[in-house]
Ligand binder design. Structure first.
Ligand code: 4AZ
Length: 595
C-alpha cells in the first residue's frame, strides 16, 4: 500500500474525511435523525411546527378550531358547499371539521362559480397533463411547467382525491408539441404546500410569447412502486426517494420528510428545531421555525426580505386569483399573543448558586422564594395568573399552611422594600412523582388572591414562558440558573445569585440509569464552577430565545454534590410537562401560540 493510502485510511478513522471518499454512505443517511423519525412527526405536530391560524395545538397535535375562535377581521370567501364565510379562517376551520367543503374563491359565492382540476392524456386516471378551470373563466387551461414542482403537484393530486398526493411531477404523456398551439396557452400556479385544493393556490398568467412546456403529474396510488432500498417512508405511508428528504420541499405532502433533519440540502434552511424549510422562507418577514431562527440576522449580510417572491405581481404577470397565503399571514397577525418572558427593562446590568453572581431587582422577575416556617427552603418560578412552578420534592400538601411565597425578594437577610408575601391556596404535586428516583419532580402552587384583587397577578413579577416543545433549546445552549442555594463549601447565601450553564445531552454517561432523558435535563459548566445546590431546588433554569423571550426550561431538581464537573446539575425538563401544566392552570394562560 502506498503511503498516501495509509494516511487516508488513518484519517478515515479519526475524522470525517472518509465521508468524501466512501461511496456506500448516502449523504441522506447523515441528514436524517433516525430517533426523531420514530416520533412520526407531520405538519400537524406542534412540537415541530406552528399550527395554521384555524387550528390550535392540543396534546401536541394541531386540531381544528371552531369557526367562532377565528379572528373577526378578514375578507369574505366562498366554499364549494355554496356558502360564503365572513373570513378565510372561518372557512378553513369549517373545512377542517368537515373536509368535503373546500375553498372555492375569495369573495362571495356566485351561482355559476366552479373550479375543476383534471388530468389529460394519461394512461390512467391518476396521471396526465394538468388542466384547470378557474372560477371566473369559462375555458379550461393547462398549467405551465416552469413553476410546477412537487409542492403544487401534491396539492393537485389531493384535490383529485389522492390522499397521499403526488408520486412525480412528470410522466411521459403527449408532449405539448402534440397539442395544437391554441391550447398551449398556460397558467402559472404557486402553492405553499398545505392547501387542500388547487383553487387555494395563486394563479398567474404568464405573459410570455411563444412556446411553453406544460405541467404534468403522476398521483400516488397504493399500487405505486413497492418499497426498495433508498426510499423514505412518509408518515402518510407514501414512499419517496430518500434523496428528496431534508431538502425544504414537502415531497410527502404531510411534511414528514422535512421534520427530522440534522442538515438540509439544496435550496433550504435548517431550523434549530431540526426542520428544513425552503430557502425563500428565510427572512421573508414570517417566522417559520418554532425556534424563530429563520428571521434572525435579516437586516445584516444583504439578506433581502424576499416576501412571497413567487407571486409578487410583477410587470410581466397578471394575477388571476387572490393570494390566500398573504391572507393567511394577515390572519396570523390578528391572533392573540400571550405576554411572558420579556423583562420590562432589558438594559439592567445582569451581574452575580455555586459560583454565581448577585442579581439585581427586575433581572429575575419570575423568581420567587418558598419560605417554610423561618427558612427559605426552595425557589419557584412564576408562570402567570396565580401560578408558580416548583419541584415536587420542595412541597408537601399537608404543610400548605406553613408556606409563604416571597415575591420580588433579593436578600432575605436585608429584605428590600419591593418584597411582597402571599400565602398558598393550593398545591398540586405531579401524580407520578417519585421521591426515590426524582422522576416527575414537578409541582404547582396556586397563591391566594389578595382580598382587594380582581385578577391574580403577582406584584413586581413577570411570568416566564412555559416551553411547549422539547425542540426549542438544544444541548450546548447557554441558560441561566438562579436561587438562594448554598455555595460549594456549604456556605449560606442570603442574596439571590445566578450563573450561566450549558445544556448537556447524553447525561446517562454521568448518571447511568438514574437519568431519565425525557423527564430530566442536565446542565453545567466544563469545570463545574457554576451549579445549583441545596436550597436552589424548585427554582428556575431559564433559556432565552433569539428574540430575547425567556422560557423556564428546567426546575432545579437534584445532582450528586454541587460544583463537580463529573456530576452536572439535573433539572426537571419542563417542556415534557406542558400538557400537565396546561391541564391544571388552563391552556389560555400559558399557550403562547396556536391558542
Ligand atoms: C439539593 O440538595 C440539590 N448540583 C440541588 C441541586 C443539586 C444538588 C443538590 C445540583 O437541593
Amino acid at each position: 500500500m502506498k503511503l498516501v493510502h495509509v494516511i487516508l485510511l488513518l484519517l478515515c478513522f479519526y475524522s470525517s474525511v472518509c465521508k468524501f471518499t466512501s461511496t456506500s454512505d448516502t449523504p441522506q443517511e447523515d441528514l436524517l435523525d433516525r430517533k426523531c423519525l420514530t416520533e412520526k412527526y407531520t405538519h400537524l405536530s406542534c412540537n415541530k411546527v406552528f399550527c395554521q391560524p384555524w387550528q390550535k395545538c392540543v396534546d401536541r397535535t394541531c386540531t381544528c378550531k371552531l369557526p367562532y375562535q377565528c379572528p373577526k377581521n378578514g375578507t369574505t370567501v366562498c366554499s364549494t358547499n355554496g356558502k360564503s364565510y365572513p373570513t378565510y379562517c372561518q372557512q378553513k376551520s369549517f373545512e377542517c371539521l368537515r373536509p368535503q367543503a373546500k375553498f372555492l374563491n375569495n369573495g362571495t359565492c356566485t351561482a355559476e362559480g366552479q373550479f375543476s382540476v383534471s388530468l389529460k392524456y394519461g394512461k390512467t386516471d391518476s396521471e396526465g397533463i394538468v388542466e384547470v378551470k378557474l372560477v371566473d373563466q369559462d375555458k379550461k387551461v393547462f398549467i405551465c411547467k416552469n413553476t410546477w414542482s412537487m409542492t403544487q403537484a401534491n396539492v393537485a393530486c389531493l384535490d383529485l382525491g389522492f390522499q397521499q398526493g403526488a408520486l412525480d411531477t412528470e410522466g411521459s404523456f403527449l408532449t405539448s408539441e402534440d397539442i395544437t398551439t391554441n391550447d398551449t396557452e398556460c397558467l402559472n400556479v404557486h402553492c405553499r404546500g398545505l392547501e387542500t385544493s388547487l383553487a387555494e393556490c395563486t394563479f398567474t398568467k404568464a405573459m410570455t410569447n411563444g412556446y411553453q412546456e406544460l405541467a404534468s403529474v403522476v398521483c400516488y396510488t397504493q399500487n405505486a412502486d413497492s418499497p426498495t432500498n433508498g426510499l423514505f417512508q412518509c408518515v402518510n405511508g407514501k414512499y419517496i426517494p430518500e434523496k428528496r428528504a431534508c431538502n425544504g420541499i414537502n415531497d410527502c405532502g404531510d411534511q414528514s420528510d422535512e421534520l427530522c433533519c440534522k442538515g438540509c440540502q439544496g435550496e433550504s434552511f435548517l431550523c434549530k428545531s431540526g426542520v428544513c424549510i425552503p430557502q425563500q422562507y428565510k427572512c421573508n418577514g414570517e417566522v417559520d421555525c418554532i425556534t424563530k431562527d429563520d428571521e434572525i440576522g435579516c437586516e445584516a449580510a444583504g439578506h433581502l426580505r424576499t416576501q412571497a417572491i413567487a407571486f409578487v405581481p410583477q410587470e410581466k404577470m397578471e394575477i388571476l386569483t387572490a393570494d390566500m397565503d398573504a391572507e393567511r399571514k394577515r390572519i396570523k397577525s390578528f391572533l392573540p399573543k400571550l405576554s411572558c418572558g420579556v423583562k420590562d427593562n432589558t438594559h439592567v446590568r445582569r451581574k452575580r448558586v455555586v459560583g454565581g453572581k448577585s442579581a439585581h431587582l427586575k433581572e429575575f422577575p419570575w423568581q420567587i422564594a418558598i419560605k417554610d416556617d423561618d427558612k427559605i427552603t426552595c425557589g419557584g418560578i412564576y408562570i402567570g395568573g396565580c401560578w408558580i412552578l416548583t419541584a415536587a420534592h420542595c412541597v408537601r400538601v399537608s404543610k400548605i399552611h406553613r408556606y409563604q411565597i416571597w415575591i420580588a425578594l433579593l436578600n432575605w437577610f436585608k429584605p428590600n422594600s419591593e418584597l411582597k408575601i402571599q400565602s398558598v391556596n393550593r398545591i398540586i404535586i405531579h401524580e407520578n412523582y417519585s421521591g426515590t428516583t426524582y422522576q416527575n419532580d414537578i409541582a404547582l402552587i396556586e397563591v391566594k388572591k389578595r382580598p382587594n384583587q380582581r385578577e391574580c397577578v403577582l406584584p413586581h413579577s413577570i411570568p416566564a414562558c412555559v416551553p411547549w416543545s422539547p425542540y426549542l433549546f438544544q444541548p450546548g445552549d447557554t441558560c441561566i440558573v438562579s436561587g438562594w442555594g448554598r455555595e460549594k463549601d456549604n456556605e449560606k447565601v442570603y442574596s439571590l445569585k445566578w450563573g450561566e450553564v450549558k445544556l448537556i445531552g447524553n447525561c446517562s454517561k454521568f448518571y447511568g440509569k438514574r437519568y431519565y432523558e425525557k423527564e430530566m435535563q442536565c446542565a453545567g459548566t466544563k469545570d463545574g464552577s457554576i451549579d445549583a445546590c441545596k436550597g436552589d431546588s424548585g427554582g428556575p433554569l431559564v433559556c432565552t430565545d433569539v428574540n430575547n423571550v425567556t422560557y423556564v426550561w428546567g426546575i432545579v431538581s437534584w445532582g450528586e454534590n454541587c460544583g463537580k464537573p463529573e456530576f452536572p446539575g439535573v433539572y426537571t425538563r419542563v417542556a415534557t410537562y406542558f400538557d400537565w401544566i396546561s391541564n391544571h392552570v388552563g391552556r389560555s394562560l400559558i399557550s403562547q401560540y396556536n391558542v
